[in-house]
Ligand binder design. Structure first.
Ligand code: CA
Length: 250
């Protein structure tokens, strides 16, 4: 659930259709023949295509690279498409996703759309149909509401991953950004170290070492976000965890 205040910013929305550079598409498909056909077909249409053949590789790719659109097979070995999609949306990435489902089962479609997919195509599909869906989704883009989170003078642009405080750019590492995003998405709620270990560090078990790592990241983040400002946003709740909130709220 998103609790930060959303500020629409139509000016920063990227219109794929209006852009002159090629649309960058990530294809996640474990069947190599299908993946290769998609790569060739989309490249032939002028798209800039990257193919990943496993859920893990796709997930890693999405933490380091940016795309205008994701074509995601739901049935993948290891981390399946739904897991990838949910993780991507939890992290605040609003990249449009078209899901490829193996069968026309209502369940697959509902689960896919619930997890944050924009559209789906049932395999086997006609390439022309897929192209039409891609164009439609890219043109539509994502609603602007989800792209920015604001608490006090802190603004997080989830799409560009740019963070500002009182208008000044804040330079964060990837992990600091994820930590801040998690705290902001759960603003005014106490977030435990357990939750941070699981959601931000993706560790299943807590350890003293990991607790220390979390504390170090929180104090660095606090220095970058709060040090120069009269209103502190990141607060420690002794023995429990952390909370991000503006002054005056509890
Ligand atoms: Ca598959």
């Amino acid at each position: 659930m998103q609790t930060g205040v959303a500020v629409p910013d139509p000016g920063e929305r990227r219109s794929a259709a209006a852009s002159s550079r090629p649309l960058r598409v990530l294809v996640v498909e474990d069947e190599r023949k299908v993946a290769e056909a998609l790569r060739q077909g989309l490249a032939g249409e002028g798209y800039d295509v990257v193919v990943e053949t496993s859920g893990e590789a796709a997930f890693f790719r999405l933490t380091t690279d940016r795309f205008d659109l994701i074509l995601l097979d739901l049935r993948l070995p290891g981390r399946d498409g739904i897991e990838i999609l949910s993780a991507v949306r939890r992290r605040g990435l609003q990249t449009p996703v078209v899901v490829l489902t193996a069968r026309d089962t209502l369940e697959d479609r509902v689960v896919g759309l619930d997890a944050g997919a924009d559209d789906y195509v049932v395999k086997p599909f006609a390439f022309a149909e897929l192209l039409a869906r891609i164009r439609a989704v890219a043109r539509r883009g994502r609603p602007a509401e989800a792209e920015r989170l604001t608490v006090d003078t802190l603004v997080i642009d989830c799409t560009t991953r740019r963070v500002t405080r009182a208008g000044g750019a804040v330079d964060l590492t990837a992990k600091e950004f994820e930590l801040l995003l998690h705290l902001t998405r759960h603003a005014r709620q106490v977030v435990s170290r357990d939750t941070l270990a699981r959601e931000v560090w993706r560790e299943t078990a807590r350890s003293t070492t990991l607790d220390n790592v979390i504390d170090v990241h929180v104090s660095r983040l606090r220095r970058k976000i709060d040090a120069a400002h009269p209103v502190r946003l990141i607060h420690t709740v002794r023995g429990v965890g952390f909370v991000l909130r503006e002054a005056g709220s509890s």
